[in-house]
Design a protein around this ligand. Structure first.
Ligand code: NDP
Length: 483
């Protein structure tokens, strides 16, 4: 059986406690590897190693840091077939998705922040005729913690560590214990990419053990976290009195607002994708589909017809479009929500049950049918709580104001999609929707320079481009006389 290790101070190491966790393949329900069950002692060793490496790394020329990131990106490209297979095996996502999205994007994250840091500039304030000039010196923070979730494992892992390292910090990262494989593979190539020992460390383990120890560690000056809202709130409470910098990218309950004047076919096709991509396990997935009255029935019927054609398959099969949910507890959570929806009087238009195993290999896998529900009011827990699976609800609205109000009737505010061919209306609605991201007549189109994050219970702070480099640096205002 494959055995993963931590990367601490440039060495691949076993957990100090000698305890291990089993790692399960979601498509088969079988254990295929084991990972360190790290504790506070492992985290402390990683933080110490990172501190020791910090003076050298933070003062290294930024071209050198950028070159390390680019070489790492090239290593991802060289090993892409192995990474695609590993991501699919570890997460249950189709290989086609890992090939099209996860692995190329992980490479791109490293290359992007190599370039971004080379173009990163800070401000100077030079009042005309004044006797003093002021400039902002953006310094690396020190040792930072990066905690990432299981849904886009390498994609979101690199989205955090790349800007942190580019800005001159040393990193202790904790990938989700549910999907540790590709982060472990990447950690094995850190030295080959040129990172000095201790600059980049990975500690595997449980969130409430290794994750908690990382968040609590006095030597960790900033925490960048992507995960659930409850965990984010817990981390915010834990760090509140410690004055750490905190970036929180949390959950969503994203509306797709479909107006009667939309491009119908494009709106249906993209809503299917935005609802069910990665088995609905993307924080940006649409989960509340809001449809204008006059097209409600035709749009619903078109959506249901397409959803019925999606058959969950073996993720390792190149033709599979929908794979397995990430774990048995997560599958059970999704099915429990469907049960609650039934109790609340929802009509199940398609799905609503576990999907049959696609083949003998997958008889114990975690497959769920794409599910569309209607008949629940906006206050229903199904319309308020994040399910994070292939389950969407349909609601109708009668006017622009009504649609906006329904979209905003949520504790969350991560992403919204707006479907209309009226450009003025599109801008109007986008400006009134409470979300960090609004996609008009498209979904999941990303430019890595744009700010990424949510409002309300979807998080605090922004990632992406300059925002990420600002987060991972501490600005010092310097003032000097001109004579
Ligand atoms: P969790 O909040 O359960 O976990 C996220 C990470 O935090 C994991 O590495 C987890 O470790 C770790 N963790 C858990 N408890 C603690 C703790 N006390 N201290 C420190 N770390 C801890 O989220 P999931 O992994 O279940 O991911 C799904 C969630 O992520 C969804 O809510 C989704 O919306 C959100 N998400 C948000 C995105 C965004 O950009 N806004 C993007 C992608 C996902 P372990 O796995 O070992 O428990």
């Amino acid at each position: 059986m494959m055995e993963l290790q931590n990367l601490i101070g440039g060495e691949m190491t076993n957990p100090k406690s000698g305890a291990w966790l089993e790692n399960v393949e979601p498509a088969t329900g079988q254990v295929f590897s084991r990972i360190p069950r790290s504790n506070a002692a492992d985290v402390d060793a990683a933080v110490q190693a990172a501190h020791a490496a910090f003076p050298g790394w933070s003062s290294s020329p930024l071209e050198e840091r950028a070159a390390c990131l680019r070489r790492w990106g090239a290593l991802i490209a060289r090993h892409s077939e192995a990474l695609i297979a590993a991501e699919s095996q570890d997460n249950g996502k189709p290989v086609s998705l890992a090939r099209a999205v996860d692995i190329p994007r992980a490479q791109k994250n490293l290359e992007f922040f190599a370039g971004a840091v080379e173009h990163f500039a800070s401000e100077a304030h030079i009042p005309g005729g004044a006797e003093f000039i002021h400039y902002t010196h953006r310094k690396p923070i020190g040792v930072v913690g990066c905690i990432s979730p299981w849904n886009l494992p390498l994609y979101l892992f690199t989205w955090k560590i790349a800007p942190a390292l580019a800005a001159g910090n040393c990193v202790v990262a904790k990938p989700s214990e549910v999907t540790p494989l590709t982060a472990w593979m990447l950690s094995q190539w850190a030295a080959e990419a040129g990172f000095p020992a201790g600059v980049f460390n990975v500690v595997h383990g449980l969130g409430h053990e290794a994750g908690q120890a990382l968040v609590e560690h006095q030597g960790v000056k900033a925490v960048s976290f992507t995960g659930g809202t409850q965990t984010g709130a817990h981390i915010a409470r834990t760090t509140a009195g410690m004055f750490k910098k905190l970036s929180l990218e949390l959950g969503g309950k994203n509306p797709a607002i479909v107006f009667a004047d939309c491009n119908f076919d494009k709106a249906v096709a993209t809503t299917i994708r935005s609802s069910f991509a990665n088995q609905g396990q993307i924080c940006l997935c649409s989960s509340r589909i809001l449809i204008e009255d006059s097209i409600y029935e035709t749009f619903r019927d078109a959506l249901v017809a397409k959803a019925k054609r999606i058959v969950p398959g073996d993720p390792s099969d190149a033709s599979t479009k929908m794979g397995a949910l990430v774990s048995a507890p997560h599958r059970d959570k999704v099915l429990k929500y469907i049960g609650i929806a039934k109790e609340q009087g929802a009509r199940i238009l398609c799905g609503g049950v576990a999907a049959p195993a696609p083949n003998d290999r997958c008889t114990s896998g975690y497959f769920v049918q794409p599910t569309i529900l209607e008949g629940l009011g906006p206050d229903s827990s199904i319309n308020q709580e994040e399910i994070f699976g292939p389950v969407i609800t349909l609601q109708r609205f009668s006017s622009e104001a009504d649609g906006i109000a329904l979209a905003n009737d949520s504790a969350y505010g991560l992403a919204a999609t707006i479907w209309t061919t009226d450009a003025a209306k599109a801008h109007r609605v986008a400006s009134q929707v409470e979300s960090g991201i609004a996609w008009i007549n498209c979904w999941l189109v990303r430019d890595l320079r744009t700010p990424f994050g949510g409002v309300k219970s979807s998080g605090v702070g922004r990632e992406g481009g300059v925002e990420a480099l600002r987060f991972f640096t501490e600005p010092q205002s310097v003032c000097i006389p001109t004579r």
